[in-house]
Design a protein around this ligand. Structure first.
Ligand code: FPP
Length: 266
């Protein structure tokens, strides 16, 4: 039986990354890594392929990042799959993405089971087409007993909409007399976000070089470190994930203070 670290080394056996696994401080792996998966369309266009091929390859990349994150012992991996603004894309692309989400979830269920991955959706999945919604609900039920890494998929997610929803929940509690306005705290607000009970991401990765937050986890990323890479999402692989974590480990996090706070998870 391989030890966890040996298994991890085996996972990186054909290492060609700039930093070897040995360069990482395994005691300071972020608990929550979040990915803004961008550049699927441009990856395809650069190869003269249909955008659909970029999304399909993006799913292959996500699979590799999930298995790597599990081996690294990450607690939460979140990924931005579809924003509340993505409905504005051409109808055929929206349809394709909804179809791919459902198909991917069915195809990847064996992997999620094998890796004991807990699944959460961030966003209003009730507003998705029925077939996609049904598959997601079936998948959630299938993964309910899992106890391993949390995979949080942001689908039909918008950070502003999430905050409005949380404020409405709290307003209801005030209206019903269950809470006083002055008692509302940051912790209460966080409890009413889709990410309730999940740690905030220490590291946010955005691919394809865009320097934007794009309405993603607006509340939760207050003190996150960013790693922006020109790599298009379909080419983002386990080596670059190591690069991102290595870069994170070189940062000094001060959370608004003057003293550097260890980026070791508590
Ligand atoms: C951004 O590329 C990517 C997306 C809109 C979709 C990403 C989704 C996945 C990889 C699959 C997720 C799987 C499940 C089950 C939810 P883009 O189209 O914005 O690329 P562009 O900026 O180059 O046009």
């Amino acid at each position: 039986m391989l030890s966890d670290f040996d298994a991890l080394k085996e996972h990186f056996a054909d290492s060609s990354g700039l930093h070897s696994l040995d360069a990482l401080d395994m005691t300071r792996i972020p608990r929550h890594i979040s990915c803004i998966m961008d550049g699927n369309g441009r990856w395809a266009e650069a190869r003269g392929l249909m955008r659909a091929e970029g999304h399909k390859q993006g799913i292959v990349a996500l699979r590799e990042i999930i298995t790597t994150a599990v081996r690294l012992g990450i607690d939460v991996l979140s990924a931005y799959a579809f924003s509340t603004e993505n409905w504005n894309r051409p109808q055929h692309e929206v349809n394709l993405l909804m179809h791919l989400f459902a198909k991917t979830f069915i195809d990847e269920l064996p992997l999620l089971k094998r890796e004991n991955v807990q699944v959460r959706f961030l966003g209003d999945i009730g507003a998705l087409p029925k077939k996609t919604r049904d598959v997601f609900e079936m998948g959630l039920a299938e993964c309910r007993q899992h106890t391993g890494m949390v995979l949080a998929l942001a689908v039909n997610y918008g950070g502003r909409a999430e905050l409005v929803r949380a404020v409405q929940d709290l307003a209801q509690l005030v209206q019903s007399g269950d809470m006083r306005p002055e008692d509302i705290s940051e912790a209460h607000l966080a409890e009413h976000l889709y990410t309730a009970n999940l740690p905030d991401p220490e590291l946010v990765i955005r691919t394809s070089g865009e320097m934007r937050v794009s309405n993603y986890l607006l509340y939760q990323i207050a003190y996150s470190e960013f790693y922006i890479t020109d790599t298009y999402w379909p080419d983002f692989d386990r080596w670059e994930l190591l690069e991102a974590i290595y870069a994170y480990q070189q940062r000094q996090r001060r959370f608004g203070g003057l003293v550097s706070v260890s980026n070791t998870p508590a």
